[in-house]
Write a protein that binds this ligand. Structure first.
Ligand code: GRG
Length: 306
C-alpha cells in the first residue's frame, strides 16, 4: 500500500513538472506571437495580453505536446499549433465571460477582460485571438503545407461547426434553467468542452503523422478525457473555493446549470469520473507505443484540484 502511494506521488510530481515546463514554453511562444502592447491600438493589444498571458493551466497545449511526443514528433513541430489552440481557448473564455453569456468578473485569478477593458474591446480581443490562431498554423515553417491545412481544418471544425465548441455554447445557453436529460448534458459537453480537448490531442497525432487506427484511438481517448475534464470541472465548482479556482465558485448552481453533481450527487459523480478515466485509458491499449504519459494525464485530470 505504501509503495502504491509512493508511486502515485512520484508520477504526480513528474507530471506537475511536465505541465509547468509546457506552460512556461507555451507562454513564451504566445508572448512572441501576439502584438506588443506598444503597438496601436494599444488598448486592444493590452486586453489580449491580459487574458492570454496571465494564468491558465495550459492543459490543451500540454495534451497536444504529450500526444505528439508519444508518437515521436519533435518539439519544434508542436509548439505553434499548441499556442494556436490556446489562443482559440482564450478567445472562448473572454467571450464566455461577457454579460450576454456567463457574465463573470473573475477569470484566471484576475478581473475578466470586459470588466477591465470594456465589452467592445473584449469582443474584439477574442476576435483577434481567433484569427491569429489560424494565421499561426498557416505560417508554421516546421510543418508541410498539407499538414498545416489539415490542422487548420480540424481546428475550425472543433471550434465552429455544429459539432464544435460554439454550437456547444449555444446548446448550453438554451438549456439554462430548463430540465435536461443526461444525454442532452453529454451532447453539450461533448461540443463545448470536448471538441477543443479532442482537437488538441488529434493535432499532436497529426503532426507526428500517426496512422488512421492510431488517430482513432487518440480521438476516443481524448473524447473520454474531455468528458472527464467536464465532470471534474463540475465537481470543483461545488467543492473548491473561488481563490483556488481563479474563477467564481458555485456559478453552476446560481446560473441553474445542469451538472453531474446535480444529477448524481457527489459520490456517484466521483465514481462516474473514475469509470470515464478507465474507459478513456483503455483506448490507449490499441496504440503500440509507450503511452504512460497519456495514462498519467488522465489520472491527473481525475485528481486535479483546480
Ligand atoms: C463563448 C465561443 C464561446 C465558447 C465558450 C470554453 C467555453 C465555451 C466556456 C467556458 C465555460 C466553462 C466553465 C466550460 C467548461 C470547461 C472549461 C472549458 C473550463 C475552462 O478551461 P480550463 O479549466 O481553463 O482549462 P484555464 O483558465 O485553465 O485555461
Amino acid at each position: 500500500m505504501l509503495f502504491y502511494w509512493f508511486t502515485i506521488i512520484l508520477i504526480m510530481s513528474k507530471l506537475k513538472t511536465f505541465f509547468a515546463d509546457c506552460a512556461e514554453i507555451v507562454e513564451k511562444k504566445l508572448d512572441a506571437l501576439v502584438p506588443s502592447a506598444q503597438i496601436e491600438p494599444k488598448k486592444l493589444h493590452e486586453a489580449i495580453r491580459w487574458s492570454l498571458l496571465v494564468g491558465g493551466k495550459r492543459f490543451r497545449p500540454a495534451l497536444l505536446l504529450a500526444v505528439g511526443k508519444t508518437f515521436g514528433a519533435k518539439d519544434e513541430k508542436l509548439w505553434r499549433t499548441a499556442a494556436a489552440i490556446e489562443m482559440i481557448h482564450t478567445y472562448s473564455l473572454i467571450h464566455d465571460d461577457l454579460p450576454a453569456m456567463d457574465d463573470d468578473d473573475l477569470r484566471r485569478g484576475q478581473t475578466t477582460c470586459h470588466k477591465k477593458f470594456g465589452e467592445a474591446t473584449a469582443i474584439l480581443a477574442g476576435d483577434v485571438l481567433q484569427t491569429l490562431a489560424f494565421q499561426t498554423i498557416a505560417e508554421d515553417e516546421n510543418l508541410s503545407a498539407e499538414i498545416r491545412v489539415k490542422l487548420i481544418s480540424e481546428l475550425a471544425k472543433a471550434a465552429g461547426t455544429p459539432s464544435g465548441m460554439v454550437a456547444g455554447q449555444q446548446f448550453d445557453l438554451e438549456a439554462e434553467g430548463k430540465s435536461v436529460s443526461i444525454q442532452q448534458l453529454e451532447k453539450i459537453h461533448h461540443r463545448k468542452t470536448g471538441a477543443m480537448i479532442c482537437v488538441a490531442a488529434r493535432s499532436g497525432a497529426i503532426i507526428a503523422e500517426a496512422n488512421e487506427q492510431e488517430l482513432e484511438a487518440v480521438s476516443n481517448y481524448a473524447s473520454g478525457l474531455g468528458l472527464l475534464f467536464q465532470i471534474t470541472d463540475d465537481l470543483l465548482d461545488v467543492t473548491q473555493p473561488t481563490e483556488v479556482l481563479g474563477k467564481t465558485a458555485g456559478k453552476d448552481i446560481s446560473a441553474e446549470k445542469a451538472t453531474y453533481p446535480a444529477f448524481y450527487g457527489l459520490e456517484k459523480t466521483r465514481r462516474l469520473a473514475e469509470n470515464v478515466r478507465a474507459r478513456s485509458c483503455q483506448e490507449l491499449e490499441k496504440i503500440d507505443k509507450e503511452t504512460s504519459l497519456l495514462d498519467e494525464i488522465a489520472e491527473f485530470i481525475l485528481k486535479r484540484k483546480k
